[in-house]
Design a protein around this ligand. Sequence first.
Ligand code: STR
Length: 414
Amino acid sequence: MNCPHAEAARNAGVIAIDPMVQDLDGETVRLRDAGVLARIDLLGVPAWTVTRHAEARQLLVEPRLVKDIDAWGLWQSGVVTRAWPLIGMIDAGRSMFTVDGAEHRRLRTKTSQALTPRRLEAIRPDIEKFTDELLDALDAARGEDGIVDLKAVFAQPLPMKVVGMLMGVDESQHAMLTRQYKAFFSMLTPQDERLALLAELDVFYTDLVREKTARPTDDLTSALIFAEEGGEPLTEEEVVGNLKAMVAAGHETTIGLVLNAVRALLAHPDQLRLVLDGEVGWDAVVEETLRWDTPTTHLLMRFATEDIAVGEEVIRKGEGVVISYRAIGRDFEQHGPDADAFDITRPSRNRHMTFGHGPHICPGAALSRVEAGIALPALFARFPGLRLAVPDEEITKLPVMTQNDMAAFPVLLG
Ligand code: STR
């Protein structure tokens, strides 16, 4: 291959993931062009990453790759410690996110059953109500200059309200959680502050679980506490772990999905027209956005319990593997030579792997599709003249290594 990026990557051998996220598209292309498995550096810590669809699909069902941090050589040897800024992405307590096998099924079943498309029909009216309220808030938040931040006023609070309702987290706590997770994900947060906020969140969630244990309500947290089917009931630590994972994931990733879709449509007015004229459905917008501009850039991490051969490379026992979903969405083999283009009419738009694959496939996938499928049409119906208030190039990413997260999205509502 004579791609200069690929040459550079091979010479350097290792691609350092930029904590400041100054060139996400460039980095995505460099990773993809570096091969099926690329060597990356995460703030001084080496890992493999999978950058292609077919191989990721294979590795995501590979039982010799596990989530348990104790299988990580660099953790066993003490090279990686809690001082590493990304440790909270891996050492997140016992939950469906960190456990494999039969125990994983035990931890996950109740949650995935609560989030099936059928069960979600029941909360559709609530999501529509939240959306309408936030559209009013957008209208009201318009400044003198007519500019309003679509992220802060709409895309961020909506998923928080939805996951808050599902899990039984009171509205009065939403702003606190949004602030804490923003600091958690930001690479500008000093590590001692990050560890302190994680400890505070643990106290908050533990108190919440104890409160629901004493006075159960109609929410998934209470259901997890009192789940009877499927063998052993979950321990308090396991309920807390699942609750943390649900709130963190449910709130963070959908922000990206909604904003990335709006941004892509505003940058491709011909495609926006197709949707507004009813020629292409909103589901196509959602799926193509998921493929082209994934909310999760890199998913940390899995560890090899034995040597695993992948193509010409071997992942050695104890080594860490990241899944680079953004590069995977741009795979030429899977999506054709125009994989870097946003195209809601592409035939392969539904064949992305953005929610993962295998046992850990995102249990909230249907929920995020429902949320985006309500929010996007409602937004464009209320504000048909919606446009960016700054040139697209001026939209910057937050310094977050694993999520695809804009700092702000200033718009004119028209
Ligand atoms: C954040 C910190 C925490 O307390 C618990 C979790 C577990 C679930 C993780 C979450 C994390 C970070 C964002 C993740 C989420 C699962 C899905 C979400 C990785 C580590 C994605 O970005 C896909």
